[in-house]
Design a protein. Structure first.
Length: 340
């Protein structure tokens, strides 16, 4: 839909009049997304652009500033009403100082003071954190975790990340490195994770692990995996977690077998998290979590076998409210803890 100049100005004026406008930024290995978010967690305008990951530190910064500039829209009233900018960035990073240390996916930045550099341009508070912590906070403020004091949140996708909230505040630990729940070992004889540890939940239950198990089962007995194989164009090497999910929706028994094995791994892990933290709610986000949502009841049914907490089944297991926009909402939520 094409906007006239008058309509655009009217929309900008309406946004500028809203209270509590902040900008959330989501930086990935290939893209940077930014959005203008109001005090109700609604994304009012957003953009997505390529991220300069292999150039200079300044080029990476410019990609972020350009995305922010787009959602501000050159409107001085919006810029003046901004309360702050929150940024989700790959780690390792220091959430207290806003320094991005040495993320493998962002080689352009090494010990880069991202928060200070963005704040210098916009003269507002800037917070930097990882995506799982930030998304957990957004869910607590505006999404599936609203009304709960203590929240355990996980993103299950290409990897597994977690965020822990106590009394609505992100738990960072002694140095800011807490919350790496995706690298909790549940099988010390299991395959080695990319982090170096054996049997982490990430190497057993994230999207690539689901695809790997499906490929192995199809290779062992192709007739059982006909639906999955068809969705992969007849090439077992092209089987992905998405094709397993589609086959499961179509009623394929092998796909269900693969996903139930994944559910078993997740139940063992979540049982441990319940025994350790006993949160008020478990929130599952990310692409693989959406695919597994029809099987959340299986997790609840299996929890008594994997948790010593006799009331573990009382803890709600719910899907995250924010999907692909979790990073933008999460970045915006970070500012709520700075400026209220």
């Amino acid at each position: 839909m094409q906007m006239t100049a008058g309509t655009l100005q009217s929309n900008q004026a309406a946004m500028a009049s809203e209270e509590g406008l902040v900008i959330g930024v989501d930086i990935g290995g290939t893209k940077v997304a930014a959005g203008l978010v109001n005090s109700r967690g609604e994304i009012r305008r957003q953009t997505k652009a390529p991220m300069s990951t292999h150039g200079s530190a300044q080029a990476g910064l410019e990609a972020v500033l350009n995305a922010i500039g787009y959602v501000v829209g050159g409107d001085s009233a919006i810029k003046q009403s901004l309360r702050g900018i929150g940024i989700c960035s790959p780690g390792p990073l220091d959430p207290r100082t806003g320094v991005v240390i040495n993320p493998p996916n962002l080689p352009c930045w090494r010990n880069f003071p991202l928060a200070d550099e963005v704040s210098r341009v916009y003269n507002v508070p800037v917070k930097v954190d990882n995506d799982a912590n930030a998304a957990a906070l957004a869910e607590s403020l505006w999404g599936a975790g609203r009304g709960y004091r203590n929240v355990f949140f996980t993103i299950i996708g290409t990897g597994i990340g977690t965020g822990i909230l106590f009394d609505g505040r992100i738990y960072y630990g002694r140095t800011g490195a807490a919350g790496e729940g995706g690298h909790v070992t549940i099988d010390y004889k299991g395959p080695r994770c990319g982090c170096g540890k054996p049997g982490c939940i990430e190497i057993l239950a994230a999207g690539p692990a689901i695809a790997k198990r499906a490929r192995a089962k199809v290779a062992a007995e192709a007739s059982r995996g006909a639906t999955i194989l068809e969705l992969a164009g007849g090439n077992p090497e092209l089987i992905t977690s998405e094709s397993v999910g589609k086959a499961f929706t179509a009623g394929d028994p092998l796909a269900k077998e693969v996903l139930l094995e994944t559910i078993e791994f997740l139940t063992i892990w979540l049982g441990n998290m319940i025994d350790l933290l006993e949160p008020d709610v478990l929130i599952l986000g990310g692409g693989a979590a959406v695919m597994l949502q029809p099987l959340y009841g299986e997790i609840r049914d299996r929890l008594p076998h994997w948790s010593v907490n006799t009331r573990a089944q009382e803890i709600p297991i719910v899907p995250a409210a924010y999907g692909n926009e979790a990073g933008i909402a999460g970045g915006a939520a970070l500012i709520s803890q700075v400026v209220g």
